[in-house]
Write a protein of this length. Structure first.
Length: 272
């Protein structure tokens, strides 16, 4: 609000600021204001602090008026830009007030309808077994190759655009983003895993989608969205600690033909 008022104040100053009264011989006079009166131009000279007159045919009125108009237009654009920024900040604050403080992933449709994505159960598959991965609780990985998977070849939740926006509320400071899932017969691969025998390190290879991100609130709330439109397919918002194999997955799908609207789940909202 203060910035908007400051912009309006600067606009008012611009309207009353000194300007150049250009003459046809290439020189100019710095004037506070001027007025065409018949065959003369009546102006207030800043240099001499007094009103003066000059023949109209000596004044380059077209150039003078063009500069005055340009200054007014530039000042008006600055005011509009500041007002647009202030509105965007107010709209964002209203949006954030509707997002629950509980850790999770959320969508706000048209700034009104809250949708809460469901956390999928992750499983690690190697050549011997398939083990359920508990949320934020790493499990030992047998040396060699493995995959992190979630059940079902398709997500139940479909987004309505190929540039979906999500809010993610973090429980702790973690890596997060969007990944592309690879569907198999009755499951989807979230990432490939390689356990290095000597160092016991785990190399994780998720197919991450390039995203934009912005911190929406100081308590770990972020807004994320893809940099490029998504191709039809299976995706997920994820949160994880690199090297710990503790990825949490909120799966979704994008298809221009799918029309699935989930029932919003009520939850406590953050204070305005």
């Amino acid at each position: 609000m203060r910035r908007a008022l400051a912009a309006v104040f600067l606009f008012a100053i611009t309207l009353t600021a000194n300007t150049r009264l250009y003459l046809k011989d290439g020189t100019n006079q710095i004037v506070r204001e001027y007025e065409v009166q018949g065959d003369r131009v009546h102006y207030y000279s800043v240099e001499r602090s007094d009103w003066e007159d000059i023949p109209l045919d000596l004044v380059d009125l077209k150039r003078t008026e063009a500069e005055v108009t340009a200054k007014k237009e530039a000042a008006a654009e600055d005011v509009q830009a500041v007002q647009a920024e202030e509105k965007a900040l107010r709209d964002q604050k209203r949006e954030v007030s509707k997002i629950p403080q509980d850790p999770g992933v959320y969508q706000l449709i048209d700034g009104k309808e809250l949708r809460i994505l469901q956390l999928a159960e992750s499983k690690v598959r190697n050549n011997k077994r398939r083990t359920v991965l508990k949320a934020l609780s790493p499990i030992p990985i047998v040396s060699g190759k493995a995959t992190l998977e979630i059940d079902n070849a398709r997500a139940n939740y479909f987004v309505e655009t190929n540039t979906p926006e999500f809010y993610i509320q973090l429980a702790t400071s973690e890596q997060f983003g969007i990944i592309k899932l690879t569907p198999k017969d009755d499951y989807r691969i979230a990432e490939k895993l390689t356990m290095i025998p000597v160092t016991k390190e785990v190399v994780e290879e998720p197919a991450e989608v390039e995203i934009f991100r912005t911190q929406a609130a100081p308590d770990g709330l972020y807004k994320i969205w893809p940099q490029k439109p998504l191709e039809p397919g299976e995706y997920a918002v994820f949160e994880a600690t690199p090297g710990k194999v503790n990825m949490q997955i909120w799966d979704f799908a994008w298809s221009p033909r799918a029309k699935y609207v989930p029932v919003p789940v009520k939850s406590d909202k953050r204070n305005k």
